[in-house]
Design a protein around this ligand. Structure first.
Ligand SMILES: [Zn+2]
Ligand SMILES: [Zn+2]
Length: 342
């Protein structure tokens, strides 16, 4: 497959798209109404394909794979283990599907792959069991999925017992839909905040480093985090314990945390389907975060990194700006250290 029409490969085999990463045409001046409408209604956009796909899967999860509320009134092992097994199976299918296709079957070899190496080539010492895949699976299944399930169990149990405000979609259909549609934006805001927090050096060294060991991320890197980071990552659902929402919003929010992290860490710019089709993957900005660490803390529609001066679009100009920022930071640090020692 020929990816040279879309980007260039350097001597080390790293592939860079010709088109720098761009935020969605939402927070732009002057406004671009046509581009904005296209972003809302077409793909790649806010709903299509990913958020609509996740919404449909979650509807099915709610109808067929979530126990009745009467059952969830009592904290009993049966339904709790059922939700744990359901979440583990979904993760295995979702992450495993991407991983199988791109990294085991290598269906498109390294076409559109940002990093020129396969993840198991080098850097093994950074990982548990000296393997990126085994390490990522460990953090995902031992901590990530149980923590996701714990938030879900707690939320659903609170709803089942009428202990938190409940929004009835028959009485407030508009609010029901609006909250659902805003969840990805709320997740972005929440993720930006916790992500800045865990890049604070003491937390970075003890917590966030586990996630950043995957410099060459794969779908399984999405939830490969220290349990403290996972607690923070899924904690956004606590909002629904205060504002009126429906239990399905909790299920969607939590499942979205898992689903969205796979295309976000897939490591490929596009995935080929059939003979001609190419699906855009939404993770180039986050790939650059894994590569350079101190840029692109946010991920999605709202240009937080542009607003706070940490945006990297993959272009040489961005690279230069970032290096200049690092240089100034280093100079400030050594000046502060010099001041402290004198
Ligand atoms: Zn990441
Ligand atoms: Zn980070």
């Amino acid at each position: 497959m020929d990816d040279s029409a879309y980007g260039t490969r350097d001597k080390r085999g790293n592939w860079t798209p010709d088109k720098p990463y761009e935020y969605a045409p939402v927070f732009v001046w002057p406004p671009r109404p046509r581009a904005f409408l296209k972003f809302l209604l077409w793909m790649p956009g806010y709903f299509l394909p990913w958020n609509l796909l996740y919404a449909l899967i979650v509807l099915a999860m709610w109808v067929w794979l979530t126990p009745p509320l009467e059952v969830m009134q009592t904290l009993a092992p049966g339904w709790i283990l059922f939700l744990l097994a359901r979440n583990a199976a979904l993760s295995a299918i979702w992450y495993g599907g991407f991983h199988f296709w791109l990294y085991i079957r290598r269906a498109q070899q390294k076409a559109f792959k940002y990093n020129g190496k396969w993840p198991e080539e080098g850097n093994a010492d950074a990982f548990l069991f000296k393997s990126q895949l085994a390490d990522n699976l460990f953090w995902t299944f031992v901590f990530g999925i149980p923590i996701w399930t714990a938030f879900e169990v707690l939320g659903l149990w609170l709803y089942a017992n009428g202990m938190i405000p409940w929004l009835d979609p028959r009485e407030h259909p508009v609010w029901f839909v609006v909250i659902w549609m805003l969840i990805p934006l709320y997740r972005e805001f929440h993720f930006y905040l916790i992500h800045r927090l865990i890049h604070w050096p003491p937390l970075y060294r003890t917590v966030h480093k586990v996630h950043h060991n995957s410099i060459n991320p794969t779908p399984w890197s999405g939830l490969a985090m220290h349990p403290v980071e996972q607690l923070l990552y899924f904690s956004g659902v606590i909002l629904y314990w205060v504002i009126p929402a429906h239990p399905i919003h909790t299920v969607y929010h939590l499942a979205h945390c898992m689903f969205a992290s796979a295309p976000g860490h897939v490591g490929f710019d596009k995935v080929a389907v059939g003979d001609e089709g190419l699906i855009d993957m939404p993770g180039y900005d986050h790939y650059l975060h894994h590569k350079y660490f101190e840029c692109n803390y946010s991920d999605g529609v709202v240009p937080y990194d542009k607003w706070f001066g940490t945006f990297h679009d993959g272009s040489p100009e961005s690279e230069k700006r970032m290096m200049e920022r690092f240089r100034r930071k280093k100079a400030r640090r050594s000046a502060a250290a010099g001041g402290a020692s004198s």
